[in-house]
Design a protein around this ligand. Structure first.
Ligand code: AMP
Ligand code: TRP
Length: 323
């Protein structure tokens, strides 16, 4: 099954992204998979060009350092295929309706109360559909918040095929099995997120060990005083158990029985997260210190991605009358 997924280069990649997405990609080792740094998506809101350029490199290095093997899966940066992605985006903009885009809840949320909303923010779900359909993905691992966008990609693939002929693969969403929802350490009823404003409950993949330790030692727990895996009644404690289990290949309920108090739970979780993220942080540092090596990996990914999608884009141009 060909999987495709993308991550925005925001520089704020956190433990939830890592456990819920990146680590799952790294565990697959399928030659047909494609994982992409979606830098074109990152300019749908106000952005700084130099920061975007640097973050896109850093995010690519992070995928590779986290174990997404560029000799197996295709790991690439979206803008390296800007012609291909933009070409299919245009074709699909002529398949989607205005009303369908206006119904996207993420657009409504992000645009609410903002001046000068970029049209790119409105058409972003079409670019996302183009990412997926250009590369013939069968499965797309995404979080809940992207389900509506994925439904749109399915609708557009089916409509395109019905209108012009069977060219596009209809993809389906897959949700990660474990750590599908890492909660905010400071507000465990909330998902850990890039946009939570307050960073004290968000562990970033590139945070130094001491900062990770401090954030975890300050995690909100409860007054119960007992280490139990009970996500409803003890969300903070259960979140720490989930994180510890994910980082040690353990089982949250079994871990709860071995741990006597909240201090021990936090210490073990902090240690496990620090050790889990250490090689990623060091790998990113090494890759960024060797620009020629990273450039070469980037070019290799782009070349593979381009070669893999060329026939599909050609077929799209042909059946739509552009060739
Ligand atoms: P985003 O931060 O929304 O760009 O998400 C990128 C990917 O990370 C999504 O596809 C989600 O599957 C995953 N993700 C984001 N936040 C979390 C979280 N708190 N827990 C688990 N997975 C997450
Ligand atoms: N929109 C996704 C997000 O914000 C990122 C993304 C862009 C993506 N293109 C994609 C995810 C294609 C899956 C497939 O998280």
């Amino acid at each position: 099954m060909t999987q495709f997924s993308g991550i925005q280069p925001t520089g704020l990649t956190h433990l939830g992204n890592y456990l819920g997405a990146i680590r799952q990609w790294a565990a697959r080792h399928h030659r047909d998979d494609l994982f992409c740094v979606v830098d074109l998506h990152a300019m749908t809101i106000r952005h700084n060009p130099n920061v975007l350029r640097a973050r896109a490199r850093e995010q690519l290095a992070m995928l590779i350092a986290a174990g997404v093997n560029p000799d197996i899966a295709c790991v690439f940066t979206q803008s390296d295929l800007i012609q291909e992605h933009a070409a299919l985006t245009w074709v699909l903009e002529c398949v989607v309706s205005y009303g369908e885009l206006a119904r996207m809840t993420q657009f409504k949320d992000k645009a609410k109360g903002q001046d000068g909303v970029r049209a790119g923010l409105f058409t972003y779900p079409v670019l996302m559909a183009a990412d997926i359909l250009l590369h013939g993905a069968e499965e797309v691992p995404v979080g809940e918040d992207q389900r509506q966008h994925l439904e749109l990609a399915r609708t557009l693939a089916k409509r395109f095929n019905a209108t012009y002929g069977e060219v596009l693969t209809v993809p389906r969403a897959v949700t990660p099995r474990v750590a599908a929802r890492v909660a905010d350490l400071a507000a465990p009823e909330r998902k850990m997120s890039k946009s939570s404003g307050d960073q004290s409950g968000t562990v970033l993949v590139l945070d130094p060990p001491e900062l990770i330790r401090r954030k975890i030692m300050r995690a909100v727990t409860d007054q119960v005083g007992e280490v139990r895996y009970a996500p409803e009644s003890q969300p903070g404690v259960s979140n720490l158990l989930d994180i510890l289990a994910a980082c040690t290949n353990g089982e949250p309920r079994a871990l709860a029985e071995q741990i006597s108090g909240y201090a021990e739970l936090k210490e073990r979780t902090a240690e496990a997260v620090i050790e889990e993220l250490r090689p990623v942080r060091e790998g990113v540092r090494e890759l960024l210190a060797d620009p020629a090596e990273l450039d070469q990996l980037r070019a290799h990914g782009a070349e593979r991605a381009r070669a893999g999608c060329a026939h599909r884009l050609e077929a799209v141009l042909k059946v739509t009358g552009l060739r």
